[in-house]
Design a protein around this ligand. Structure first.
Ligand code: EPU
Length: 438
């Protein structure tokens, strides 16, 4: 299929769409299945490319994966787990960072693991130093080679005390997936406590793990000798839900997002309301709409949970181009997440990016040379343009901009969006958007 989408924008998005399980949970629960002695079953799994990538990686390691994509179920049988070739992992992983999370489970099951060079979105350096330090603390031996990183645990893995320099989501997951079967007790301070991590902890507890989440970002894990398979329904994708909410706001539309859940989105909902959007929560989902009149400029800072998610930032910035006055957005999670604003400027938005920490507390990027604050002046009409998708969330933001702009835009590199947005083209059509591929 063509990698280019035509978008004839300028009309409000109106209607109902459904979001299923969270990309950033489902992929981790799939990896967790490797720790079990019996098969697992995961439900509410979306049809996105990241799920296919992890399925491929699991199959390379001898895990049998049976999926029913329409029903959204995955059955994962890890009983014949085995080592895979580095080159195969590399070819499969593409730009995903998931392979690093296989380390703990594979070390427990096989005593060794390989990880290729890791990709991911172009939103910053995204190093893996926290992950490797954690594995070393458990007693793993890390050997960097030309083709990738070879990790062994010749004397097993032993519980340890870790304090993260920053509450990294991936590093917290790395620790959990390694500690559950390590010998003894592990304590993690400054842990990430995102809802997706809490759902992973729920999965691990179902498997037999003993994990407690204490106050002040402390997680304690008592290692156990064996884990079994789990049956679990994935929590909703709050990033996808917020992306559609921002699209509704930017296009002055009205979108009911079935499957969206309030508790995980409270911080987003507060901000949505401050900008001037309205929402109604019911048992099935959340309706997001523009009530008419002006939208309000805001001061916003991204943060780890329970703060405003970095992944919500990019779609919302497009809506802020339609708000009256000066908005300030300070990105504190990634050093380089405003690259997507270049295209918005080309479409008529007034956005300046700054190296200083604007509008909030100083963050760890303040003394370094990164454009991590943005000032958006609105409202500005957006004009149709030819744009190129830079990364997953930036790409969806470009789509929102194209939907907001009058006229026909061409959005290139659209397949990147399939990584994390299930059937987005069908959903756009269901909301009345005029979109098409060649
Ligand atoms: N960091 C390090 N060293 C490390 C790991 C992280 O310096 O070893 C830094 C990162 O460079 C970044 C910060 O710590 O500046 C936070 O990174 P984190 O580890 O929390 O992010 P992640 O686990 O790599 C996940 C999601 C991201 C999401 C972040 C923050 C997945 C697969 N990815 O990434 O999602 O933005 O947490 O919530 O779960 C997306 O879905 O588009 C996406 C990028």
């Amino acid at each position: 299929m063509s990698d280019l989408l035509y978008v004839n924008g300028g009309n409000p998005l109106k209607g109902t769409i459904t979001v299923r399980g969270a990309k950033n949970f489902v992929s981790k629960a799939m990896v967790a299945s490797v720790l079990g002695e019996t098969p697992s079953e995961l439900r509410n799994v979306p049809q996105i490319r990241d799920v296919n990538v992890v399925t491929g990686l699991l199959e390379l390691h001898g895990v049998r994966v049976d999926s029913d994509p329409v029903a959204g179920t995955l059955r994962l049988d890890p009983r014949d787990v085995e080592s895979a070739h580095v080159a195969d992992i590399d070819a499969h992983a593409g730009s995903s960072r998931i392979p690093i999370l296989f380390c703990g489970p594979l070390l427990h099951r096989l005593g060794e693991a390989f990880i290729p060079d890791l990709g991911g979105c172009h939103i910053g350096d995204r190093p893996i130093n926290y992950h490797l330090d954690i594995l070393r603390q458990f007693g793993a031996v890390v050997d960097k080679r030309e083709q990738g990183i070879h990790i062994r645990a010749p004397r097993g893995l032993h519980g340890t005390k870790v304090e993260l320099p920053y509450p990294s989501v991936g590093a917290t997951e790395q620790l959990l997936l390694t500690a559950v079967r390590a010998d003894g007790v592990t304590e993690l301070s400054n842990a990430a406590i995102e809802p997706e991590i809490m759902d992973l902890i729920a999965v691990l507890q179902k498997m037999g793990a003993v994990i407690s989440v204490d106050t002040d970002r402390v997680i304690r894990v008592e290692g156990v000798d064996r884990l079994v398979g789990f049956r679990h329904t994935a929590l909703a994708d709050r990033i996808e839900a917020a992306s559609w909410a921002s699209a509704a706001l930017a296009t002055a539309g009205d979108v009911y997002v079935k499957g969206a859940t309030q508790p995980e989105m409270m911080t987003f909902l507060n901000t949505f309301r401050k900008v001037g959007g309205e929402f109604e929560v019911d048992d099935e989902g959340i309706r997001f709409y523009h009530p008419g009149g002006d939208l309000n400029a805001i001061v916003l800072e991204t943060d780890v949970h329970p703060g405003f998610m970095t992944d919500w930032q990019q779609p919302l910035v497009v809506a802020l181009t339609q708000a009256k006055g000066l908005s300030i957005v300070h990105e504190t999670v990634y050093e380089n997440r405003f690259g997507f604003t270049d295209a918005l400027r080309g479409m008529g938005a007034t956005i300046q990016v700054y190296k200083e920490c604007l509008g909030g507390r100083p963050c760890r990027f303040g003394q370094r040379n990164f454009h991590h604050s943005a000032v958006i002046s609105g409202p500005t009409p957006l004009a149709a343009a030819e744009i190129e998708v830079p990364d997953l969330r930036g790409g969806f933001s470009h789509l929102i901009a194209a939907l907001t702009a009058k006229g026909t835009s061409t959005v290139r590199g659209i397949s990147l969006i399939d990584r994390g947005y299930e059937h987005f083209q069908e959903k756009l059509s269901a909301l009345g958007a005029e979109v098409g591929r060649d």
